[in-house]
Design a protein around this ligand. Sequence first.
Ligand code: SF4
Length: 283
Amino acid sequence: MATERCNHRCIMCPQPPILQEKDKTPFNLKLISLFDKSTQEIGITGGEPTLIGDNLFVLINHIKEELPKTAISILSNGVKFADKEYAMKLAKCRHHDLQIDIPLFSDIAEEHNRIVGAKTFYKTVQGLYNLALFHQRIGIRIVVHKQTYKRLPQFADYIYHNFPFVAQVAFIQMETVGLAKENIEQLWIDPFDYRTELREAVLLLADRGMKPYIYNAQLCVLPEDVRPYAQQSISDWKDIYISECEGCALRNQCAGLFESSREIHSSHIKRIEYISSDISCVN
Ligand code: SF4
């Protein structure tokens, strides 16, 4: 948690930002020193981690020194990387295994801007290009809800044509906490009801040689031919299965549900009696 501040106000933010805070960097530097040396991966997130400015690179270099084998995953809205100098500074860290994941919510600037509560679509797009210019490994993330599902196929096509360099594209089922819970009426759609658009978007990218993934989804709600793209993406401490999952043949391969989804979840969750086809995960 680099900072709890953010320059976006996403309508479905699970962890609404705060306006002011004490600099967290000294605490985070100490924390990194205490990590198990065999830690596989550290996620740097927020809030928006680039709001700590060059301290982001201080954190990355400290991880490099303390945990030279550990991978780094950064979750950023990408706006700050519209500044080419800033993008270059990330590249100059020369980390051996670093990925930066950037959310983009539509191929239409106004739609994206409305969802993030800021006029930043073109800055995020410029940020993606600057990071690519410096050969950074980039993922694109799309949170799927009532306001984003309809254009998923067009959006996937837009990503293919404009960002063919990204390492992966993740379609993410919404976590219904924070602002997502407050704005649930405007956001909730049963994942079963967007399965057609999701399937089309995922297969469009896969057929063109890109790497789509589906995060936080229940396998029984997904069309069979896109189940291999689903990942075990929910953190252990908030991952649950509900009574409908008892005896399900896919339970070991299924991401399950967020703890917060006990009340609000797909009405099509139903145990699968047998595995009809190979659903080995795509890596
Ligand atoms: S019944 Fe539960 S475990 Fe089985 S696929 Fe559905 S959500 Fe996953």
